[in-house]
Design a protein around this ligand. Structure first.
Ligand code: CP
Length: 293
């Protein structure tokens, strides 16, 4: 379904069947977002749904209203689905116990970001023609990354081999139970992999406090053309965004979408694919009326 939407999105005059006409989707964002929020909004509009944009700062949350009461009140206005981003792990799961409406987790704390993983896997499948057997290295701040967790579960389920590469201080304590290959040496990790998902160093979650210095992190774990050239490795590169330029990824790796060079960036392709994947998610989920993705 997402592939059909992607094909239509990239034509000059996309037109979609308004399968979600008369549906109302609340975009409930307690954290800032560019890609996820706007792609859900565009996806909903393409399918004919109306959107309600909620931000904590301008809502009655600022007067002390709870998340549960907020959701119940929005439901009383006949909302059909909630797209929730929240800084607390488990927030999306919590509200599935409060509402009978569809709930989509748009990122909860350091826990999961399922639609990001779906769009990453879609991007890999589109490029390689398969997921099964691919060796995917996830590089960077795995400890704080909901994107890493959702990708590990999704990629392993669909038959990929997954590696993670980070300083030990940025690995989750239960890392050996995740079923991934663990690297601390970036050159070895890249040599092993078919493709890389580079993670943002989550400076707002105090990631820098786990490192001696940002410069040292960049030297040891930053993905650069110079590193790829030194180890003679061509690599397809994904990153969920937003990027910290010249910290976890160099400008030339982030921006190169054409050869020559050792890297091929999929960053903007991922964003386009995010609209198609979120259209598919909304369509499937609202047809079922309830559930969590
Ligand atoms: N990838 C991602 O979740 O980006 P945003 O925070 O901009 O939504």
């Amino acid at each position: 379904m997402a592939a059909v939407y992607k094909h239509e999105l990239t034509t000059t005059t996309p037109s979609f069947k308004p399968s979600l006409a008369n549906k109302r989707i609340a975009l409930v964002f307690f954290e800032n977002s560019t890609r996820t929020r706007f792609s859900f909004e565009i996806a909903a509009r393409h399918l004919g749904a109306g959107t309600l944009n909620f931000s904590a700062a301008s809502s009655s949350i600022s007067k002390g209203e709870t998340l549960s009461d907020t959701i119940k009140n929005l439901e009383a206005m006949q909302v059909d689905a909630f797209v929730l981003r929240h800084p607390s792990s488990g927030a999306a799961d919590l509200i599935t116990g409060i509402t009978s409406k569809a709930v989509i987790n748009a990122g909860d704390g350091s826990h999961e970001h399922p639609t990001q993983a779906l769009l990453d896997m879609f991007t890999l499948r589109e490029y390689f023609g398969k997921i099964k057997g691919l060796k995917v290295i996830i590089i960077g701040d795995v400890l704080h990354s909901r994107v890493a967790r959702s990708n590990i579960y999704g990629l392993l389920t669909t038959g990929a081999e997954v590696g993670i590469c980070s300083p030990v201080t940025l690995m989750p304590p239960d890392v050996s139970r995740l079923g991934v290959t663990i690297f601390t040496d970036l050159d070895k990790a890249i040599a092993w992999a078919d493709t890389a998902i580079v993670l943002r160093l989550q400076l707002e979650r105090a990631a820098s406090g786990y490192l001696p210095s940002l410069e040292e992190y960049s030297i040891n774990y930053g993905l650069t053309d110079e590193r790829l050239e030194r180890i003679q490795k061509h690599l397809l590169v994904l990153h969920p965004g937003p990027i910290n330029r010249e910290i976890e990824i160099s400008n030339n790796v982030a921006d190169r979408i054409q050869p020559p060079g050792y890297s091929r960036s999929m960053l903007l392709e991922q964003v386009t694919n995010g609209v198609a994947v979120r259209m598919a998610v909304l369509n499937i989920l609202l047809a079922q009326h309830t559930g969590i993705v």
